[in-house]
Design a protein around this ligand. Structure first.
Ligand code: GKR
Ligand code: MG
Length: 419
């Protein structure tokens, strides 16, 4: 079945002011929706980052895919690799660690791979999870993803989530998300307030939610010594501590001295990072992310490798829409090795989406695996057009949490480790 056309549509949707070690989310988050159309009239969907350097590479790769067979993932990968060439662009998005040539190719390939799987699922009349080995769970558990947060964007009305400047605000935010979605695990985005305050916030969450596994993720904002202090202070409180400090060596030094496993979506982000991380016993949990691990099949191979080396699995997220949530859900549903609830930013979208309502929902904090063929979601074309219009007019072309933070606090620096 041959690729006849590829449509690449950048979109923007409203994003609340969520704080992290790099700064704060801008008023609009960007994504790119990819539609692959075949000679048999089937269309497959993919979703990826919307930052301009990445979007340009996705557009360039799309041109080279015309005429390729959707069943030939290796040929599609080779075409993408050829289009990216040897120019590693520093297309960081959010806090996802190093940029390497392989990771860049994997990032560009991912939405096309997902779209091809969507098409193959539609052709076979089977959900994507069946193409990945079949589901081992009917619903995928996600965690409540808490952020320190301003009441609203500067100069705008407060949003419906409210402010979360401290422990009490975060507990309130957790009550809101757990109440509405039924989440059974909680993740706190740290690296924002001094570590003592983030310990206090984590302990407040533990008291308010005694049965919920908790994680804390400062995105490498701490030195090794600070990480060890925080890790020891939170003994018995965290299921894992995520990216406390930069680099595999730094993580390994912390891992040897704290009681809980360390998790990462920053120091192991491409295959070449796995051998040193395994050798140095730097991580106990990998947060997979098909958007930069080269799609769903490559991610499932990485998952198998992790199991071999006794590394547990969770899933990383950045601000995303429903095509990504569907893909993440099919992948996690088909991976026996997923040991922890996955991350998602979905609640922060506040209902904005490019997929037609109905296929994706949260039940007790988990998303039931869509049962329709392929990803099981359909594009809402009106919503896509509106979000594309937002992209054209929003004025943002690449995510830059640091520059946005500096408009409010000119002395802010994202250079780490900060504490
Ligand atoms: O959305 O601000 C955010 C997160 O901080 C994101 O950019 C990170 O990549 O969620 C991510 C993480 O777990 O590190
Ligand atoms: Mg993280």
């Amino acid at each position: 079945m041959l690729i006849r056309e590829v449509r690449v549509t950048p979109v923007a949707f409203r994003d609340p002011p969520l704080l992290n070690a790099a700064g704060v989310h801008e008023p609009w988050a960007l994504r790119t929706i990819v539609e692959v159309v075949t000679d048999e009239g089937l269309t497959g969907l993919g979703e990826t980052y919307g930052d301009l350097p990445h979007l340009s590479m996705v557009r360039e790769a799309a041109r080279l895919l015309i005429g390729l067979d959707v069943y030939h993932h290796n040929a599609v990968y080779a075409a993408v690799a050829a289009s990216v060439g040897a120019d590693v662009v520093t297309d960081h998005h959010g806090l996802t660690g190093a940029t390497t040539l392989e990771k860049t190719v994997d990032r560009v390939f991912s939405p096309f791979e997902v779209a091809c799987l969507d098409i193959k699922g539609k052709a076979a009349g089977r959900p994507v999870a069946d193409l990945l080995g079949g589901k081992v769970r009917d619903a995928v558990p996600y965690s409540a993803y808490l952020f320190y947060k301003w009441a609203g964007h500067p100069g705008a009305e407060p949003d419906s989530f409210g402010a979360a400047p401290d422990a009490a605000g975060l507990v309130e935010q957790a009550r809101l998300l757990v109440g509405e979605y039924g989440f059974r695990s909680i993740k706190l985005k740290g690296g924002v307030r001094p570590p003592e305050e983030e310990i206090e916030a984590t302990l407040a969450l533990r008291e308010a939610f005694p049965g919920h596994p908790l994680r804390l993720d400062p995105n490498a904002a701490w030195s090794v010594e600070t990480s060890v202090k925080v890790g020891r202070a939170l003994e018995g409180v965290l299921e894992y501590l995520e990216d406390p400090t930069p680099g595999i060596e730094g993580m390994a030094s912390v891992a040897r001295r704290v009681p809980m496993p360390l998790a990462t979506n920053m120091c192991v982000v491409t295959p070449e990072h796995l051998p040193p991380a395994v050798r140095q016993e730097a991580i106990g949990v990998l947060l997979l992310d098909h958007h930069y691990w080269g799609g769903l099949l490559r991610s499932s191979h990485v998952a198998t490798l992790c199991s071999t080396f006794g590394i547990g699995l969770s899933m990383h997220s950045n601000s995303h829409l429903g095509v990504s949530l569907a893909a993440m859900t099919h992948l996690a549903a088909a991976l026996p090795a997923v040991t922890h609830a996955c991350d998602t930013h979905t609640p922060w979208q506040a209902g904005q989406d490019v997929v037609a309502p109905g296929a994706l929902r949260f039940v007790d904090g988990a998303v039931p695996v869509p049962t329709g063929p392929g990803l099981g979601v359909e594009l809402d074309r009106d919503a896509l057009a509106v979000m594309n219009e937002h992209y054209e007019t929003c004025g943002i072309r690449s995510r830059d949490d640091t520059a946005y933070m500096k408009t409010v606090d000119p002395s802010f620096s994202a250079r780490g480790p900060r504490w």
